[in-house]
Structures are given as structure tokens and as C-alpha cells.
Design a protein around this ligand. Sequence first.
Ligand SMILES: Nc1ncnc2c1ncn2[C@@H]1O[C@H](COP(=O)(O)OP(=O)(O)O)[C@@H](O)[C@H]1O
Ligand SMILES: [Mg+2]
Length: 593
Amino acid sequence: MRLFPKFAFQDRHRHIIALIKENTSRLIFAGICSLMISGATTTMGYLLKPVIDKIFVNKDAQGLMILPLFIIAAFLIKGLGTYGQEYFMNYVGENIIRRLRDQLYDRIQDLPLAFFQKERTGVLMSRITNDVNILKSMVSSAVTGALRDGSSIIGLAVVVLYQNWRMAIIAFIVFPLAFLPVIELGRRVRRVSTGCQQAMAELNAFLHETFAGNKIVKAFGMEQHEKKRFFTQTQSILKLEIKGVIVRSLSNPIMEFFAGLGIAFVIWYGGWEVIKGKTTPGTFISFLACVILLYDPIRRLSQLNNSIQQGLAAADRVYDVIEARSDIHDPPNPHPMRSGSHTVRFEDVEFSYGEKPVLNGVNLTVHDGQILALVGMSGGGKTTLVNLIPRFFDVTGGRILIDETDIRDFKIADLRREIAIVTQDPILFNETVRDNIAYGNLNADDADIIAAAQAAYAHDFILRFPKGYDTVIGELGGRLSGGEKQRLCIARALLKNAPILILDEATSSLDTEAEALVQKALENLMRGRTTFVIAHRLSTVAKADHIVVVVGGRIVEQGTHDSLLALKGEYAKLHEMQFAAHNGRAETAEIPN
Ligand SMILES: Nc1ncnc2c1ncn2[C@@H]1O[C@H](COP(=O)(O)OP(=O)(O)O)[C@@H](O)[C@H]1O
Ligand SMILES: [Mg+2]
């Protein structure tokens, strides 16, 4: 039987060992403390022999003076050692947690957008918050716990052998029997523990979704439904945890029972030897005490396997993320990015999400300072098309060129520095209004920030906030309107002052009044930039230099507003639909279904 079931040494374990090695000096201190504990424990076991034989049997007055002092010293050393071991070991554990968290965040932040669209936020969060803790307990019990308990066992075993080797050998045959069932239990602990951690990650993801999306939960009256779903999840976590409790807590009674067998044997056999005068009562008591003292370290060592199994399961989940490789890389010899305005060209661009083809044979040129509008029914691939420019995804065929250089030949950071984006859902962070705008350029001073806010028509409403530019977005709760958020996002993009601008339905969720303001803000933003604008409302795109109609991942028509209308094709159809909707709003309500 193998001591560590299903354990195969992998690169990721080497990484953990490297993390442990970073703390060598503290580990050495913890090791010294461990040896103090085991030394003191062994000494106490050994001292019982002279205590009984000298003081109680021989009535030796000198021994009565000295031996209690030894006992005090042993306890003092054990206490100091215990404190030191706990302190250093936990320091190392917490330090490893911190390093792992940093590594995880560092990796996750650099993973491509596709990863975040695939993985659920709550599950990722759970990797950083929960799983690393389990690794910590593995490290602390595996490293110095093993040293403390291992050396205690050796020390006590030596004393036991020295006191009465015949009895010792028989006791040592009984004790190891206790290990056999415990090893099998360790295997199960690992399985159950993986299940528990996965369930916790699911729960995290669920909480995140239903709290963040609480408005929808309420709007659809789904509170009861979500509560029931939550209760089902906690119920299955309860079941899993209890399974874990059963497996884990079986170890102790099994061990204890075997220990009891050993002790009973020692009393029977040792008592018989004392009665026959072969052994002194001191030797017998000291022997018995050592056997009892052996119980705890052996029990803990047997659980070492459990905590290593749990830790390895957590390590696998953590390293699955740490080792996830981004398929969007910097080139080995990046091409320098010229600053100033740029021409963007799509050349036979194809793109598919996995097996699903989305873009096909897209050819486009947008010269510097021009505005290109993308229109078409939703699902046509407009967002996908603009997402290729900052390399959120890489083309699967053809290429995209900026000033005649393939964008994959630039450093990603250089490329993205040249691009500002305003998306449909205005994403702001829980910082001050000032910091949110300054996200576009951390070096901007207050005058720049205010100028950007003014150009975005945001300055006036910002001043009405309780603390003006110093108001934290979270303090406003949900009080910011869609248009206000949108204008803050525009201010942020304005401050970035990048020559390429992407507006992905930046106005589609606004009412007409807000839209007029945002529209003016956008016009400020677009001036002099190479702009890609995706818009639902054709009124917004009429001013564009060039309009392309995207249907089913292809460009089906292109031209100016007037030339496209004259074509009487897809664009004219879209225009007619909007025109009818706009002018006939009153009638529409009366048309059945
Ligand atoms: N991350 C994704 N994974 C798989 N399919 C996607 C993903 N994002 C978008 N799609 C699909 O690609 C197609 C084009 O989507 P999109 O570019 O968002 O269209 P549009 O912006 O024109 O509405 C749609 O069929 C959509 O379902
Ligand atoms: Mg879209």
C-alpha cells in the first residue's frame, strides 16, 4: 500500500516547494522550535522513571529537590517551542497564501477576455479567497508539524526501547496496525474535499450573480425561485461537508481504539514484569507514559496524509488557473508603435469562437480621422469585429493592419494605448468620480479631468453630487442614471486621448434627452480620431464618412448614408423600419400583436 495514494509529482508541486523554500529561514526557526517541543516531551516521559523510583520508591530527598526543577524546565521549553513553532509556521503559511494570491491575480488579470467569458466570476474569486487557505494548512502541517511529530515519535520510541525493549517491540507491532484504515480514509478525504470546494465555488458564483443581478431577480419576481435554488445548494454543501466530517472523524476513534489496545497490553505485560520484579515501577510508569505520549504525534502524523490530500486537491485547482496559458501574446520582436493618427485596415478577416464562424471575408479601410459606422441587426458580428482591433480576440484568418503593420506585430500594451473604447454597458469602478475619469490617464491633473468631464457634458451633474469629484461611485448606490454613467465613461475615454476610438452602441440604452447630450459628448470625442462607431439609431450614423452594413458576419453593403438609401437594400430596410417606428409610435400601440 502506498502512503500517498494517487500522488504523482508534477511541476505544480515543484512550484509549491519553491514557494516554501522562499521562507527557509523562518522554517528553520520553526524546525528548531519543533525540536524543542519534541525534546521536552521526550524528557518528560523519561523523567517519570527517576521520579517514581527515586522519590516514591527509594524516598530520595535530594531527588525531591532537583527533579521538580527539571519538570519545570521541560514545560518551559515546551511552551516556548510551541509558541515559536505556531508563530513561525503561521507566518510562513500566511506568506505563502499571499504569494499564491498575488500569482493568481497576476495570471488572471493577463488572461484573454475569452477566459472571463468562459469562467464564472464567483468561481474565480473562490480560487483566490478559499482554495489558497487549504494549501496553507497543508504546508504548516506537512512541514514543521511533521518535523515536530516525527522527532517526538523518534525520541519517545528511543526512551521506550531503552526502558524495556521487549515490551517496546511488541507495542510497536500493535501501533502500526492503526495506520492501515487511516490511509484508506485519507484517499476519501481528498475526494470529498474536492467536492466541497467545488460546491463552495459554485455558491460564490451564484451569490455574485444574484446580488449583482438583483434588479432582474426582483423585476421578474424570482426571489422565491432564487431562494429555493440557494437552499438546494446549501443543502448539498451540508451533505458533502457531513460526508467529510464522517470520513475525517473516523480516523480518530479508530486510532484511539488501537492505542487503547496497545496500552491495555502494556499494562498487562508490564504489570506482570513489575510483580515478578523484572522491572521497577518507575520504568513501567515511564514506559506507559511514553506510549501514551506517543499517541498524539502518531495521530497527527496519520492525519498529515488527510491534509496533504486536501491541499493537493486545492493546489490542483489553483494551478489550473495559474498555468492557464494566454493564446494572445506579444511578438518576440515588436514593431514600434508610431504615435499620432492611424489608418486601420481589415484584410480578408475571418473569425470564429471555437467552432462557430462569426466573421467572414471582412475587408475595410478606415483612414486617419475618418468615422466608420457599423450597422446591422444584432448578432451580425459588429461587436466581434471591433473587439479584434485591441486584440481582445485574435483573427482566425486574414489580418488587421494599423498603418500597414499587422497588429500582432505590436506590443499589446502599445496597441491598446492607441485605442479608447466606450461600450454599451457603462462599467465604472468603486472609486471616486475623479479616479474613474483618471482611469483613462493616471498622469492627468485636475484641470485635464475637469476639461474631459466638461467635454463629456458630465461636469454639471458631477458638481451636484454630495462630494463632487470626490464622490465614491458606490456611495451613489444605483442613483447614477444610464446617461450619466455613459457620460462618465466618455470622459474617461476623452482623457485617454487615443487616436483610435471604438464606440460600441454607446448611446443605445439612453432616452432621447440624455442621448442628445451624450451625442454632443461623442461628437467632441470623435473629432480628429479614427473612429469605429456601432449604433442602433441610424440618426447617429448619418454623419459618418463611411457606413458598412454587417449581416451574418459579412459586409453586405457599404457607402454613405445617401448612396446606401439609394441602393434600396438592407440599409434602406433598416432605415424604413426605424422611420416607421419613430413616426408611428402612437399607432404601433394599437396594431394587434
Ligand atoms: N464569446 C462568445 N462566444 C461565442 N459566441 C459569441 C461570443 N460573443 C458573441 N458570440 C456570437 O457571435 C455572433 C456575433 O455577435 P456580436 O459580435 O455580439 O454581434 P452584434 O454586436 O452585431 O450584435 C452572435 O451570434 C453571438 O451569439
Ligand atoms: Mg454588439
